[in-house]
Design a protein around this ligand. Sequence first.
Ligand SMILES: [Zn+2]
Length: 234
Amino acid sequence: MISAAIKALRGIMDLIYPKLCHACLEERIFESNNIFCVKCHAALPYTDHFIRSENEMMNHFYGRVKVERAAALLYFREGGLVQQILHHFKYKGMQAIGEQLGRVAAEKMVETGFYRDIDCIVPVPMYSAKKRQRGFNQSEVLAKAISAGTNIPMEEGRLLKVKKTTSQTQKGRLERLENIQGSFIAPSSTDKRHSHVLLVDDVTTTGATLEACTAVLHQSGIEKVSIFSLAIAE
Ligand SMILES: [Zn+2]
């Protein structure tokens, strides 16, 4: 009773006292428990991948590596809202972005059955020195939120990045694949009881990183790999 009253009061307070929006960085009006203002929240370009199994995410992997299911939550456009949000998430340390959007993704996974028979969640790893420099791995923040929302354990040690790669942004698909091949390993001591892994990444452009990670997971004996990416380039 009391907690419901506090929650209602907090909702009202959020409307009265504007907070900083994690997307537009303006002081604006919020709905309770949201980190995006009402305007930005309404403008988020969601995909329909969770209800459409043949989708743009899956297209990246046909004929390349075997993937059970794949989905992205949002569309990413150069100069668009999602690019802005990803920038704040990765480079301004706004981890709440990953926490909130990971929670939204988990809700969709449960609602649509996307999460069924997945045994563990594995974030795309970051090279250790880079992670130290940034302070966190954004894919791990997402994976953790999805784990909390689906009750599926996260096991970040199943995949490691052992080689530093140069920036991928200016490279084409083949170049990217060559650039990252051999940079991921799945430790051989890995317990293979879990046979269906959900691989989690922040943004997908060519899919080369996810393709390399999926191949390594299969080689290590993991039978099924499904994929989630927070955003996909349009
Ligand atoms: Zn906003």
